[in-house]
Design a protein around this ligand. Structure first.
Ligand code: EPZ
Length: 437
């Protein structure tokens, strides 16, 4: 297993460069299955999740080729024969559940494993299933699998309201609806930039979708989609993470540049809260410039669906609050229990109380490096961020969580001035008690 070793108190001076979006690349990969023939996606990040989803797709018969240096991924779905996504793969990555909509749309049938729980609690897929039923799919659950099929002439289409609004269900229902016989409507649809970019790619393939970026999507089914070449969007959560790293770990008054992000995808609330902390941020076409003030003000946040504050940035915000001289809260309204990073941040010296879905952060205490355990993707990057601020050495263990969503993070941070490297370790090795410090 790998860990990241971070030396604290080194300064982030930049520049940093944002890669392609994980959460857009995955649905784009699913979309390629709707067309017979080869499609290509550019700006695809070299991430564990991309490799996992490539395996899920290959299992059904299509070929997937990925050039990680060129960040280009091609799928030829001509040879799709087995409309199945097995548990062994889906359990590794919930987004594999996008195979349900893609396989139904392309093959008229699908057998897809239910994903099960996730690191921070239940994450149901009931809306995906109810929505497919509302569009005319016949669905049964058996032995942990969803068995789905359409009538012989394809899905009829229908209307379905998402409550709560769901990124994944919006994507899955779009995948199923674009080749339905009739028209479909998704009410209370997600408006996350990842969903909009994915919907635009479907339109480029010939899908008829109205309302992208609004809460109501109307889809008129077409017989088949065309292949194509699509450019993936920049990763908005990586951009937000880098901004928060610069806001906390750069020398005050020294601007840090972050290239190749799309700042509009951060949403207005994140920008407003950030500016309330006193960080000076200028948003250019291709570059965001962050200048840290001498002191940050504590500002509370509450996560919400886009255009609200992204839940995928709340763990990083928690670390930022620790550097302020006051108290503020982080409330997650999307996930009730997404605070697995808190006990690890406490090991580094942060003072945080969690009650219900709110973490109260008492800023001020200086942090001291320690060994800490990653529990999920965004939790792990918050630990790296805290390690950058701590005195001494922090070992962030089980960094495979981080590798799901941040490409070459340690290289990027190293080039930006942070002392950080990756090491292999054996988590199950008997501890050498003589050498434990
Ligand atoms: C997507 O997950 C992202 N994943 C998540 O990012 C992100 O945290 C989340 O959206 C919220 O923005 C991908 O895009 C691959 P949801 P998703 O369906 O689609 C409830 C990361 O770190 N719900 O929008 O699974 C659900 O429990 C990951 O990159 C139902 O009740 O999230 C949650 O409370 C982690 N029933 C809310 O909706 C359902 O059938 C929003 O979840 C589906 C969801």
């Amino acid at each position: 297993m790998d860990k990241l070793v971070v030396r604290g108190n080194s300064s982030l001076t930049g520049p940093l460069t944002v890669g392609g979006s994980k959460n857009t690349a995955l649905p784009l990969m699913a979309a390629t299955l709707l067309a017979e023939g080869p499609s290509t996606i550019t700006n695809v990040p070299d991430l564990r999740d991309v490799r996992t989803f490539s395996k899920v797709i290959r299992y059904g018969g299509p070929s997937v080729t990925f050039d990680p240096d060129a960040h280009t991924l091609s799928v030829d779905a001509t040879t799709l024969q087995t409309p199945v996504a097995p548990y062994e793969m889906v359990k590794k990555m919930r987004a594999s559940f996008y195979m349900l909509g893609a396989l139904l749309g392309r093959c008229g049938q699908a057998k897809v494993s239910l994903p099960g729980g996730c690191a921070w609690g239940p994450r149901p897929v009931d809306l995906h299933i109810k929505g497919m039923k509302a569009f005319g799919a016949d669905i049964e659950l058996d032995e942990g699998y969803v068995h789905a099929s359409t009538p012989p002439s394809g899905l009829e289409g229908g209307t379905f309201r998402l409550d709560p609004v769901s990124v994944g269900a919006t994507i899955n229902l779009l995948l199923a609806a674009v080749t339905a016989q009739g028209s479909s409507k998704i009410e209370n649809a997600a408006t996350e930039p990842d969903v909009v970019a994915f919907g635009r790619a479907l339109q480029d393939m010939g899908a008829q979708i109205d309302g992208l970026g609004t809460r109501t999507l109307e889809i008129q089914g077409v017989d088949a989609l065309n292949t194509g070449t699509f450019r993936n969007t920049p990763d908005r959560i990586e951009l937000g993470t880098f901004i928060l790293m610069a806001a906390t770990a750069s020398p005050p008054g020294t601007p840090v540049q972050i290239h190749k992000g799309t700042h509009e995808h951060l949403g207005p609330v994140f920008k407003e809260r950030l500016s309330e902390t006193g960080v000076d941020v200028s948003y250019g076409d291709d570059t965001v410039t962050v200048t840290r003030p001498d002191e940050l003000r504590p500002v509370s946040i509450e996560t919400a669906p886009f255009p609200g504050f992204a839940t995928d940035l709340q763990a990083q915000w928690t670390v930022l609050l620790g550097t302020t001289d006051g108290t503020a809260t982080v409330t997650d309204t999307i996930y009730d229990d997404r605070f697995k990073h808190v006990p690890e941040l406490q090991r580094l010296g942060m003072e945080i109380d969690v009650t219900g879905n709110t973490a109260t952060v008492h800023g001020g205490p200086s942090l001291k490096g320690a060994k800490v355990m990653s529990t999920d993707l965004r939790a792990s990057v918050s630990l790296v961020m805290a390690g950058m601020l701590a005195n001494g050495r922090t070992d962030v263990l089980r960094v495979y969580h981080l590798d799901r969503g941040y490409e070459d993070l340690e290289q990027k941070l190293h080039h930006a001035g942070i002392t950080i490297h990756r090491e292999e370790y054996d988590e199950f090795a008997e501890p050498d008690l003589e050498r434990i410090e």
